[in-house]
Design a protein around this ligand. Structure first.
Ligand SMILES: CC(C)(COP(=O)(O)OP(=O)(O)OC[C@H]1O[C@@H](n2cnc3c(N)ncnc32)[C@H](O)[C@@H]1OP(=O)(O)O)[C@@H](O)C(=O)NCCC(=O)NCCS
Length: 140
């Protein structure tokens, strides 16, 4: 299976919406991607392509972490999605790895994620490290 990971282009917008809609079985995350993009918050947006079809997507957008000694600029990984028929074939992992590398290349030092506790630790995310962070969405 030849999976190509690349940055999104304006022509990908509809396909990215469809991948998110299919993976989450709801419009919410697909519309969130459009809102973050339109709002100018997106720093990294990658797609996974097989034979010119977009089968996966990952988004990193700017988030401010407010501390007692100032504000830290970080990125938030959300959402990410792989078409249901293509899940559990390693595509999501490739997207996370390539995405984190792109974040590093762009000079970002911190990425936070709210998501599956079984999936993200393998890429270095740690619930322990994030314990002191509060977010508007509850635990995760
Ligand atoms: C999460 C998701 C992006 C992973 O993509 P993927 O291509 O299936 O991921 P990979 O094949 O690289 O890795 C599979 C691993 O992801 C984990 N995983 C996949 N889907 C999962 C799910 N719904 N819940 C928990 N873990 C899941 C499993 O631990 C699996 O590991 P295993 O194969 O060793 O058991 C994909 O399942 C998806 O789009 N899910 C629906 C949308 C979603 O929940 N997005 C994430 C929001 S936090």
């Amino acid at each position: 299976m030849n999976v190509k990971i690349r940055h999104e282009t304006p022509e990908d917008r509809q396909a990215i919406w469809t991948v998110n809609r299919s993976a989450f079985e709801s419009d919410a995350e697909a519309n969130l991607v459009d809102a973050l993009r339109d709002g100018g918050y997106v720093e990294v947006s990658l797609v996974a392509e097989i034979d010119d079809e977009i089968v996966g997507h990952i988004l990193f957008s700017r988030v401010a972490i407010i501390t007692k000694v100032g504000t830290v600029e970080a990125l938030s990984l959300a959402p990410m999605a792989v078409l249901p028929s293509r899940q559990r074939q390693g595509i999501g992992s490739r997207l996370v790895e390539a995405g984190l590398e792109a974040c590093r290349d762009q000079g970002f030092k911190m990425v936070v994620v709210l998501g599956h506790p079984d999936f993200y630790p393998r890429f270095g995310f740690s619930a322990e490290l994030a314990r002191s962070l509060e977010n508007p969405f509850g635990d995760g």
